[in-house]
Design a binder for this molecule. Structure first.
Ligand SMILES: Cc1ncc(C[n+]2csc(CCOP(=O)(O)OP(=O)(O)O)c2C)c(N)n1
Ligand SMILES: [Mg+2]
Length: 357
C-alpha cells in the first residue's frame, strides 16, 4: 500500500509524504506506541519496587525520537538521551531487553550495569549516554569528525534538552561542528522545562538562532508531529552526508510528566499541560492513519500483547551476576568497532514499497 492524495490532505502540513510510504507512517506510530506502552508499564514496575533508582520517561515527546531516528541509516551513529526511547526501539533493541535493562537483568543492554537511561547498544550503532549533560553532543561531534577524516558518507545524531543549551559543552560542540562542517545532526528537545526551570529562565534568545552564530542552519519543528520530525531529520542527514555540514533541529514539545518519577511537577501550570495534551503526538498520527483506513485498534492491541510478553520475559530473566560487574569496564583486547543498527524506513530498503513521489 502506498499513501495517496487523500493521505496527503489527512497528513496536513508536514510535507513529509514525498518520502513516506504508508508502511513507514504506521512504523512511526508503532514506535511511539511501543515507547509509551513500555514506559507506562515500566512506571508500574518502578512503583512495585522492581526498577531500582529513579524512572525517567518521555511521555508526550515520543515523536521527537521516533521521527528523527527513523531518518537514520544503518551505518549512522546515534547518541540517544533520557527521553528518547523510540530511538532505541527503531535501532532494534527489543522491548524485552528494555524492560530487562530497567530491572537490572542479565539480558538487559548493559547486563545490570545501569538502569533506566544510561544505555545504548553499541552493536546497533548507539553510544550509551553519560549523565553529564550535554556531553553526548561532543561524542557525536567527535564521531562525525572521524567520518569526515575517513571520507565516509554517514552521519551522527544526538538529542539534548533545552537546559543543555546553557552549558559550555553545547557551545563547544556547535562551534567545532560548524568550523569543520561536520556530518552531525543536533536535535534540541525543547520540552519547556529543565527540571523546574522554565524556558524564560534558561535563554534570552530563541535557541535555534544560535546555529547561525556557529555558521550553520537551524530549523524549528513541531516536535509533536512525528512526520515533520522525520522530514527535518531526513533533510539534515542529506545535508550532512553531502558535505553541507551540521544542522540544529529544535523540536518544540512538552514534558508532560515530572522530571522523573519522584517529581509531581507542581511548578508547571495546569493550563499549560492541558493545552499540550490536545497536541498529543500519538493521537495526531492515529487520526491521520485512521482516516486512511488503518486498523488502529488492532495495532494497539497487538502492541499491548507484545509489551505484556516482553515484560513477562524480562521478569523471568535472571538478575545480572554481580561477580561479572567489572567486566567490560575497560577495553582489554582489540577495540571493537560499533555495529550497524536497523533502519526500517523504506527509503533505505529497496525491497519495500516504493516511496510516494
Ligand atoms: C552537567 C549536569 N548538570 C546537572 C545534571 C542533572 N540533570 C539531569 S537531567 C537535568 C535537566 C535537564 O533539562 P533539559 O536539558 O531541558 O532536558 P529534559 O530533562 O527536559 O529532557 C538535570 C539538571 C546533569 N545530568 N548534568
Ligand atoms: Mg527540557
Amino acid at each position: 500500500m502506498v499513501a495517496t492524495e487523500t493521505a496527503e490532505s489527512a497528513a496536513g502540513e508536514s510535507g513529509a509524504l514525498a518520502h513516506l510510504a504508508l508502511e513507514d507512517r504506521i512504523w512511526l506510530l508503532r514506535a511511539m506506541l511501543l515507547m509509551r506502552g513500555i514506559e507506562d508499564r515500566a512506571m508500574t514496575l518502578y512503583r512495585q519496587g522492581r526498577v531500582p533508582g529513579s524512572f525517567y520517561d518521555g511521555f508526550g515527546q515520543e515523536a521527537v525520537s521516533a521521527g528523527a531516528a527513523f531518518a537514520m541509516a544503518p551505518e549512522d551513529r546515534l547518541c540517544i538521551l533520557h527521553r528518547d526511547l523510540a530511538a532505541h526501539i527503531i535501532r532494534g533493541v527489543t522491548p524485552a531487553r528494555i524492560f530487562a535493562q530497567y530491572m537490572g537483568r542479565e539480558i538487559g543492554v548493559t547486563r545490570g550495569r545501569d538502569g533506566n537511561v544510561h544505555f545504548g547498544d553499541r552493536t546497533l550503532g548507539c553510544v550509551g549516554m553519560v549523565s553529564m549533560l550535554p556531553d553526548m553532543m561532543l561524542v557525536a561531534t567527535g564521531m562525525a569528525m572521524a567520518f569526515k577524516l575517513r571520507g565516509e558518507r554517514r552521519c551522527a545524531m544526538t538529542w539534548f534538552g533545552d537546559g543543555s543549551t546553557s552549558r559550555g559543552d553545547f557551545h563547544e560542540a556547535m562551534n567545532w561542528a560548524g568550523v569543520q562542517k561536520l556530518p552531525v545532526v543536533f536535535v534540541l528537545e525543547n520540552n519547556q522545562y529543565a527540571y523546574s526551570t522554565p524556558l524564560d529562565k534558561q535563554f534570552a534568545v530563541n535557541p535555534v538562532a544560535r546555529a547561525a552564530a556557529y555558521g550553520f542552519g537551524g530549523v524549528t519543528v513541531d516536535g509533536n508531529d512525528v512526520e515533520a520530525m522525520f522530514e527535518a531529520a531526513r533533510e539534515a542527514r542529506e545535508r550532512a552526508i553531502s558535505g553541507g555540514g551540521p544542522t540544529l533541529i529544535e523540536a518544540v514539545t512538552m514534558r508532560m510528566h515530572g522530571h522523573a518519577a519522584h517529581d509531581d511537577m507542581k511548578y508547571v501550570p495546569k493550563e499549560q499541560v492541558e493545552e499540550w495534551r490536545k497536541r498529543d503526538p500519538i493521537e495526531r498520527q492515529e487520526s491521520r492513519l485512521r482516516a486512511l483506513g488503518v486498523d488502529i485498534d488492532g495495532l494497539r492491541s497487538a502492541i499491548r500483547a507484545e509489551i505484556d510478553a516482553a515484560a513477562e520475559e524480562a521478569l523471568a530473566a535472571p538478575m545480572a551476576d554481580p561477580s561479572t560487574a567489572a567486566e567490560g569496564a575497560f577495553c582489554t583486547g582489540p577495540a571493537e568497532p560499533l555495529g550497524d543498527g536497523l533502519a526500517p524506513w523504506s527509503g533505505f530498503n529497496s525491497l519495500a514499497t516504493p516511496v510516494v513521489s
